[in-house]
Ligand binder design. Structure first.
Ligand code: ADP
Ligand code: MG
Ligand code: ZN
Length: 636
């Protein structure tokens, strides 16, 4: 799908251009000043006015002159303090140049004779042309380079009205100012956001219907959601659905090129949108200008604040009945300036969440519209197996699968292609190097441990696949498949999840009487989960039902937030103990389970060493067989 961020504008950020420009400007200055003091000879010759010259002549202070056409070069007998033309302060002038008025007759020569001035006359310089050429040439070069630069930028921008000379103008591209060709039907799922925007579409189509009743339509809509969930897509589709021009700009573009023009860009953008109303203005990634002002966050960027202020005043400036809607998108609602969210500005918030299973199915269907898929493929299964994936992830999955099928020369996309593509996306590409038998064995027992404990404990996610094929950074993997998308995590589920996470290491400990560094990721995940349980979800008796913001993650970005500490050192210590307790308990539960099912662990590990990959059915079968075998053994 076309990306409306359009052409890469990195050239503006490229410092090379700035350096070249600066050099050119310096060159021009040097040249310009050089011109003032220009001399043809080695001697310093100042340009003086005719009046100054005339006064010195009357005072008998001119020694000699050389006349070339209208130019008169000469030498004073005594140097005089004069203020030369184009100079800022007086200088001691000995050699000078001035120009004669064209109507000066031969009586000047008579004057020279009477004052005993040595007169020389040279033909009007044939080199005059060259002098002019020399004076003009550098400018020609400078302007030429300038124009070239401008052209270059213009073509990179791809739009009329762009270019270096129009940097105060909005870069909202003109070609975007026509109706986008996509509509709501190209946006899969998202029932609720679409319904919210339906009203906007109705308003754009027939504004009078609303104004007759005096109803005010919210003019600022903020789309909030994780990256890749289709915010940009939805905004474009809204304009497409309403059939109005769509001005799209990324907020970072406002401030990217020259300092001091962000605000004027905003002004220009709104002016253009007004000229073409009804229209939709879309400001993507608004957090880059809309961060809380005055916090010093992001360096207290003055430029950004001015741009933001201009945006706010533009939004206040248009009337409720003006048919311009401003849609913006962000994945950092937490950093937005409250002034942006105030009623009358971006007061309508639409949350765009990661798609649920039904929406994932719809998104897959949309992206498979023009692709050939084998009938054995059950899209619902794929939707089920991709919890947490965004629209962009699913688009990528479909594309990977299609690539895979094409690479193998197939005429359709098969189930295996989807599975391989998913493995590749989730775990990285297979590594083809060979690993020592020892390492394979450790991996097999490690993964068998995860699988067995998750099978034995209640409330855990079902296994999807266990594999000891090294991929990406991991040597093996046990994949789980939640039955449904989860919205809540009960404590009993989390506690067992901890045990499953620690089971790989527990198995290594049991079998090899040693632990390896292979469990690093497991420990990291387990610890951060335990931290959340204790500090955020009130799951520890000792800490109690308080949320202390420790280990808090950004809701959309999954990165840890830098938050001020809201707990005492004592509380920190208690939390540390509680986190550790949870993990130690979970580990001993895993130890116990594996110890009690040692032979089953053995069978699973052997099967893995043999087949490398086991799916859910395989795991279940092996565990059943091993257990009934053991019972038979006991009975004898
Ligand atoms: P965001 O702006 O939220 O980061 P985008 O709108 O850029 O996400 O979405 C990226 C791509 O993901 C889109 O171009 C589209 O192909 C795909 N996509 C996301 N959500 C959907 C959806 N609901 N239906 C169809 N495609 C989607
Ligand atoms: Mg986007
Ligand atoms: Zn592990």
């Amino acid at each position: 799908m076309a990306d409306d961020k359009g052409i890469d504008s990195s050239v503006y950020k490229n410092p090379v251009w700035k350096v070249v420009l600066a050099l050119l400007i310096i060159l021009a200055f040097v040249y310009f000043f050089g011109e003032i003091f220009k001399t043809n000879e080695a001697i310093q010759r100042y340009k003086i006015t005719y009046t100054q010259f005339s006064a010195e002549l009357k005072a008998n202070n001119v020694k000699s002159v050389t006349i070339r056409g209208l130019a008169l070069d000469g030498e004073f007998i005594k140097s005089v303090s004069l203020k030369p033309v184009n100079d800022i302060r007086p200088r001691d002038v000995k050699n000078f140049r001035t120009f004669l008025p064209s109507f000066q007759g031969s009586d000047l020569i008579a004057q020279f004779e009477s004052k005993n001035v040595a007169v020389d006359v040279e033909p009007e310089e044939s080199s005059a042309f060259w002098q002019i050429a020399l004076a003009v040439l550098p400018w020609v070069i400078i302007i030429g380079v300038w124009v070239l630069l401008m052209r270059r930028m213009q073509s990179i921008q791809g739009g009329a009205g762009g270019g270096l000379f129009s940097f105060g103008q909005s870069k909202a591209k003109l070609f975007d100012a026509k109706k986008p060709s996509i509509s709501f039907k190209d946006v899969a799922g998202m029932e609720y956001p679409k319904k919210e925007l339906e009203e906007t579409v109705e308003f754009m189509k027939d504004p009078s219907r609303f104004s007759r009743l005096g109803a005010k339509i919210p003019k600022g809509i903020l789309l909030i959601g994780p990256p890749g969930t289709g915010k940009t897509l939805l905004a474009r589709a809204t304009a497409g659905e309403a059939g109005v021009p769509f001005f799209s700009i990324s907020a970072s573009e406002f401030i990217e090129m020259f300092v001091g023009v962000g605000a004027s860009r905003v002004r220009d953008l709104f002016k253009r949108a007004r000229d073409m109303k009804p229209s939709i203005i879309f400001i993507d990634e608004i957090d880059s200008i809309g961060r809380t002002r005055g916090t010093g966050l992001g360096g207290g960027h003055d430029e950004r604040e001015q741009t933001l202020n201009q945006l706010l005043s533009e939004m206040d400036g248009f009337e409720p009945h003006e048919e311009i809607i401003v849609i913006s998108a962000t994945n950092r609602p937490d950093v937005l300036d409250p002034a942006l969210l105030r009623p009358g500005r971006f007061d309508r918030h639409i949350i765009i969440d990661r798609p649920g299973r039904k929406d994932r199915l719809a998104i897959l269907t949309v992206h498979l519209r023009n692709k050939k898929v084998a009938s054995e493929v059950n899209l619902d299964d794929i939707a089920k197996g991709t919890p947490g994936m965004t629209g962009a992830d699913l688009e990528n999955l479909v594309n990977e699968a299609a690539l895979q099928a094409a690479r193998d020369g197939k005429d359709r996309i098969y189930k295996k292609d989807f599975e391989d593509a998913l493995d590749k996306i989730l775990m990285g590409t297979k590594r083809e190097e060979s690993f020592s038998a020892e390492e394979r064995k450790i991996t097999a027992y490690h993964e068998a441990g995860h699988a067995l404990v998750s099978f034995k404990l209640p409330y855990t996610d079902p296994i999807h696949k266990v594999s000891i094929i090294p991929r990406g950074i991991s040597m093996g993997v046990t994949q789980f498949l939640p039955e449904e998308d989860r919205h809540y995590y009960p404590k009993k589920y989390l506690v067992n999840k901890l045990s499953v996470a620690l089971a790989g290491r527990a198995s290594e400990k049991l079998v090899f009487k040693d632990v390896s560094s292979g469990a690093q990721e497991d420990l990291k995940n387990a610890t951060s989960l335990a931290e959340k349980m204790v500090a955020q979800w009130g799951m520890s008796e000792k800490v109690g039902p308080v949320s202390l913001g420790r280990g808090e993650e950004h809701p959309f970005l999954g990165r840890e937030l830098a938050m001020p500490k809201r707990y005492s050192e004592d509380m920190a210590w208690i939390m540390d103990q509680e986190i550790r307790n949870l993990i130690v308990e979970a580990e001993s539960k895993a130890d116990e389970l594996l110890n009690n099912n040692r032979s089953t662990l053995e069978s699973l590990a052997q099967a893995l060493l043999k087949d490398e990959t086991l799916n859910r059915e395989d795991v279940e079968r092996i565990i059943k067989e091993s257990e009934s075998g053991a019972r038979k053994h006991e009975a004898n």
